[in-house]
Design a binder for this molecule. Sequence first.
Ligand code: HEM
Length: 144
Amino acid sequence: MRHLLFLHLLGASVWVGGHLVLLFSVLPGALQRRDVQPVRAFEQLYERVGIPALLLQIVTGIWLAGRWLPHSQWFGDSPIAHLVQAKLALSVFTAVLGVHARLAIIPKLDAQRLPQLGVHIVLITLTAVAFVWVGSGFRFGGLF
Ligand code: HEM
């Protein structure tokens, strides 16, 4: 249990930290210079740890959630069930954003489409931070 939480927190650090660096350190310079290269370079390097970290979050998260509530109660109406539902909804949103970026934005990325990618990066970072907020709710018994 302790190891699972440790892995979950390690993955969270990588996922959230990476996106905060992308949003606050890489993107502003790229937008200013209208140059997609820094974003591409960052994504290529980050992918190697970012994607495994996200997969680790899903696996450890589902495991941890099963310890809080039996699967049969995940879609119930209790405060903990709402947290599990929020985590699952954020996971779906993350997957949709990821697929959309991969298929619709990155292949055709140029200076003109950079602001569109920027919106995308803001959304994925907000989603990552929301994961942490929802996660911290488990020990406090609810979303707020
Ligand atoms: C990138 C994705 C995710 C991030 C950044 C994230 C982050 C966090 C953080 C920071 C905590 C607080 C841990 C604590 O209580 O000290 C947490 C807890 C938790 N998360 Fe996630 N999480 C993610 C994905 C998921 C997913 C997909 C699930 C699956 C339903 C999940 C389920 C849980 C559960 C059950 C806890 C409570 C752990 C406990 O204290 O026993 N998480 N998460």
